[in-house]
Design a protein around this ligand. Sequence first.
Ligand SMILES: [Zn+2]
Length: 235
Amino acid sequence: MSNLRFREDAYAQQCGAVITHVDERGIQLDATVFYPTGGGQPGDVGLLRAAAGDIPIANTIKGEAPDTVIHVPAPGARAPAVGEAVEAVIDWGRRHRLMRFHTALHLLCSIVPGAVTGGSIGEDKARLDFDVATDSLDRDGIASRLNALVAGAHPVTPRWISDDELAARPELVRTMSVKPPSGHGRVRLLDIEGVDLQPCGGTHVRNTAEIGTVVVTRIENKGRQNRRIIIGLAP
Ligand SMILES: [Zn+2]
């Protein structure tokens, strides 16, 4: 699997593909727009359109080999065949919300000091956990700084740097629990102009303005050195 469209174009909603492999885990294609679960972002759902009948996809996961994407069919879906031509189509409404949340978490990361120890993104909320001792995290202050960055309309761009370049700049790696895509001597970076630059393999909106109004729902103490910040999107 070399043709991972979501890496270069997070807005690609569908692509033509051929089924290259089928096993008990699911279906592999020669190209895909489906993002596999990783980096706190859930895998895409959607559908493989085909002449012999559509195959609904309930989840997308990574295989063992690098850059392998497995499309998990919904229960009861018809059997796919290797060599079948399909149109791979993601549930775009869901994915776009995940992209808005994912980009918002980068903004949150730029505001709160301390290493990120975990995180997750859902359709209705997202969270980051920080290794920070202070009890003084101010919910309203964080919310207003987040929304100032949203209003600042900062361009968001993925780009690649060499492994050596990244090794020389360890400050770029804020997230200890997430390994970005690497290998072949390069690592994917997500650049929010003037705000945040860090390795990330996920999908993001093009501009922070597209996130819309962010709400800080809750700040929880998860132990002495761990603060969990949960955010939502205003309706
Ligand atoms: Zn990201």
